[in-house]
Design a protein around this ligand. Sequence first.
Ligand SMILES: Nc1ncnc2c1ncn2[C@@H]1O[C@H](COP(=O)(O)OP(=O)(O)O)[C@@H](O)[C@H]1O
Ligand SMILES: [Mg+2]
Length: 257
Amino acid sequence: MSERPAPLDGQPVLRLEAVRKTFGSTVVLRDVDLDVAPHTVTALIGASGSGKSTLLRCANLLEEIDDGAILLDGEDITDPRVNPDTVRRRIGVVFQAYNLFPHMTVLENITLAPRRVHGVPRAQAEERARELLERLGLGGRAGEYPDRLSGGQQQRVAIARALAVRPRLLLLDEITAALDPELVGEVLGVVRDLKDEGMTMVLATHEMGFARDVADQVCFLDGGVVLERGTPDEVFGAPREERTRRFLRRLTEAGRL
Ligand SMILES: Nc1ncnc2c1ncn2[C@@H]1O[C@H](COP(=O)(O)OP(=O)(O)O)[C@@H](O)[C@H]1O
Ligand SMILES: [Mg+2]
């Protein structure tokens, strides 16, 4: 794998500058600024439709922004001269639905991108995959097909697949939302371990207890605006904005906080 220059000290891994995204006449992100420091976890919270997924998709260049800029390790990745594929190789993404290839074994799912996209030799890709599976508590599952695994196991395979290319940044979009409640913990445990290992992550989540526990920075999105941001204690413990308070109150009433 090619060596990248070490990022400058203090430079954010990811920076959004006045990002604006529209779908037709709907403004979905308006003037979003965000800095994600190395080895930190940023939690995006907010009601459904507030723009969390769109923000993550823009960061991975799955959506083209209308205005502003997105920087990865200081490089403007929204510059039209930048090849999106080279950017996506530096960012791992895990979505709500595991999106594993059903006709491929766990090992094949994980080694696909390193082999095809990064040109890693098979033996080396498989060694890395087995190491990841071991770390994620899935040692011995390499030869299974996805439909033989539980949802939690499949989601951990999806995380292993995202990590296989040694990404600089991991984007996680509601990765526990489709899981049965008893399987949520094992996936969140993996995210916590990754944080302890220093992985830089941005995650959209409805698991407020988890966000409070694991995040360094919490951003509350409302109608495409980062209405409030701060440490978990600030945003959850002493929210400044009425809309944040209302959102948290609704969650509390629903027994989710
Ligand atoms: N491809 C799309 N075309 C049109 N509107 C979209 C598209 N994707 C998202 N939206 C709209 O953008 C807004 C934000 O959606 P989304 O980013 O998915 O929010 P969240 O992840 O917070 O639920 C919603 O109003 C949604 O309907
Ligand atoms: Mg979403």
